[in-house]
Design a protein around this ligand. Structure first.
Ligand code: PEP
Ligand code: MG
Length: 557
């Protein structure tokens, strides 16, 4: 393994725009692949039992700290995840089994913990009950935490046990892959950037990074092995450049480093030619959309609320979040996309069976129709929330008219008798078959929104998450625009609202093209709203860089 210590440049895949310069924190994901499991001599039994006892105590203390911190920073509902883990940790049957395995089978502490927790996990997995399956993933978490202590591995960052470790604070985080759950687990308020081995532009983690305004670059193989914790790194999320140990001269070429952070950018007033709404992942970040004068929430990816909580949310927990978004948006439209699970949006807490090809498997609306228990809870929460403002229910990955009708019928059945307000039903146009059948679909749906990330993926058979085929995940092809034209035409003919909520809607040159196709509404990451409005109002062919300049000039006035 060669660690570099002089200026070295790499070119990766730009995932999330912006320039950052900071020291790095290495995120360690490869823990516990080969835990030190072994049998012991009888005279070592006592010592191993003491190791278990100590680990139980340390994990309990860590969980107590976590529970308090999550309660105050996020909320009591989220803190329950860790309370549940503490209960498992303190379960007397579990502890008895661990100690028995050491006593009677001469297992060392690691082996006794793994075998006991795996035993309980498999028992729970055999039960056909979503709630208990959720508890099973907590068992896995408890096991990981105990092994962290026993093997002296840090819970996340490679040097977390060292006093100098800042756990990502004001650091650029280097990870193999940025998963949605990792993105949520880290304290993203303080992270300056991400660099990863893997991950595509339209991956959900990249979308999250963009939503959080954190510059990110992927596609740099073995990046982990090239640097130490504390290496100086400059990353350019617009070009994909990653520069280790940049010199003073190099840094001077990036005046952006001296710019104010994006959250301090002033809002730009709405413009007449294009309605610009905001994409939202978490209710608690809705204030950013409000700050940028978003004309609605054009895509609320509700599944991210579940990923952030790391569990299934109850009807009440969902209801609270949905109402808070409606209230914050003061009557502007909010498009609640129902749970879009599957593909790269894996929900570990559901412990779903492995699929050969999850992108074409049980995902989106197919998943919703196959999990009517989850569907019903969400439908009820949405219907109840609609009392506080009009609701747009948007179904993900719909493939045809028949599927839409089934979804709407299920929603109406599941919400019968609930006091509710106005509810509209619409779909994401992100599967080619739905786009081709737009004329029929628009007769039935109340609104539509084109999800270009998946549409490009399925139209051109190119994985949106795979950086090595990213050169094919782009919209610069005639057939793509004729499909967009087809959907826009159908929407106009039936006088139904249509917006575009995929990532390309936030790129000025494509937004111009959408306007030329007659599309009058888009939904983008909140921080993109000012840039987009300036770009659309000004010359039709401004580059991203020029737009940024124009915006900065305007803000300095
Ligand atoms: C899309 O596919 O374009 C979309 C907006 O949905 P998501 O990115 O959440 O799959
Ligand atoms: Mg999609």
């Amino acid at each position: 393994m060669v660690k570099l210590n002089s200026e070295t440049r790499f070119k990766g895949l730009p995932l999330s725009s912006g320039v950052a310069f900071a020291k790095v924190c290495l995120f360690n994901e490869r823990r516990h692949q080969n835990p030190p499991v072994q049998t012991i001599r009888t005279k070592e039994v006592l010592q191993e039992k003491e190791r278990v006892q100590k680990a139980l105590g340390i994990v309990r203390e860590r969980l107590d700290v976590l529970i308090e911190s999550v309660k105050s920073k996020v909320g009591p509902a989220e803190a329950e995840i860790f309370t549940a883990q503490k209960m498992i940790l303190q379960d007397s049957a579990l502890q008895r089994r661990i100690f028995e395995h050491i006593d009677s089978k001469n297992f060392n502490a690691e082996k006794a913990i793994i075998s006991s927790l795996d035993f309980f996990e498999s028992k729970i997995m055999q039960m056909d009950n979503a709630y208990l399956k959720e508890r099973a993933s907590d068992i896995g978490e408890v096991k990981r935490r105990l092994l962290d202590v026993l093997t002296n591995l840090n819970p996340s960052f490679q040097c977390a046990n060292e006093s100098y470790c800042l756990r990502g604070k004001n650091r650029i985080v280097i990870a193999e892959e940025l998963t949605p759950s990792l993105t949520m687990e880290l304290n993203t308020d303080y992270i300056r950037g991400f660099v990863t081995d893997r991950g595509g532009v339209a991956s959900h983690a990249a979308i999250l990074a963009r939503g959080l305004k954190i510059p990110a670059v992927s596609g740099i193989p073995n990046i982990h092995d090239l640097m130490f914790c504390g290496t100086d790194v400059l990353i350019n999320g617009d070009t994909g450049e990653v520069i280790l140990w940049p010199t003073e001269e190099t840094l001077a070429q990036y005046p952006e480093l001296k710019l104010p952070p994006p959250e301090s950018l002033k809002a730009v007033e709405p413009i007449a030619s294009l309605k610009v709404m905001a994409n939202l992942s978490l209710a608690k970040t809705v204030k950013e959309a409000v700050h940028h004068k978003a004309e609605g929430i054009g895509l609320y990816r509700t599944e991210f609320e579940f990923f952030a909580a790391g569990k299934l949310l109850t009807e009440e927990e969902q209801y609270e979040r949905y109402v808070s978004v409606l209230k914050a948006m003061h009557g502007k439209p909010v498009y609640f996309r129902m749970l879009d699970i599957g593909g790269d949006k894996n929900a570990p807490f559901l412990k779903l069976p492995k699929e050969q090809n999850p992108y074409l498997g049980f995902r989106g609306s197919r998943f919703l129709l196959g999990h009517r228990d989850l569907f019903k809870i969400q439908a009820r929460a949405l219907a109840r929330a609609s009392v506080h403002g009009r609701i747009h229910v948007m179904y993900p990955m719909v493939i045809d008219v028949d599927q839409f009708l089934k979804l709407k019928k299920a929603f109406l059945e599941d919400t019968t008798g609930i006091a509710s307000g106005e509810i509209k039903h619409g779909i994401m146009f992100e599967v080619p078959s739905a786009c081709l059948d737009a004329a029929e679909l628009f007769k039935l749906i109340d609104f539509g929104s084109i999800g270009t990330n998946d549409l490009i993926q399925y139209l051109f058979a190119v994985d949106r998450d795979n950086e090595s085929v990213a050169y094919d995940h782009h919209p610069n092809r005639k057939i793509f625009w004729s499909l967009m034209h087809h959907v826009a035409h159908a929407a106009r003919k039936h006088r139904k609202p249509l917006s575009v909520c995929g990532e390309l809607a936030g790129i000025p040159e494509y937004a111009h093209k959408l306007v030329r196709e007659g599309i009058r509404a888009v939904s983008v990451a909140p921080k993109v709203i000012p840039l987009l409005r300036v770009a659309i109002k000004n010359k039709p062919k401004l580059s991203r860089r020029k737009t940024q300049h124009l915006l900065l000039k305007k803000l300095k006035k």
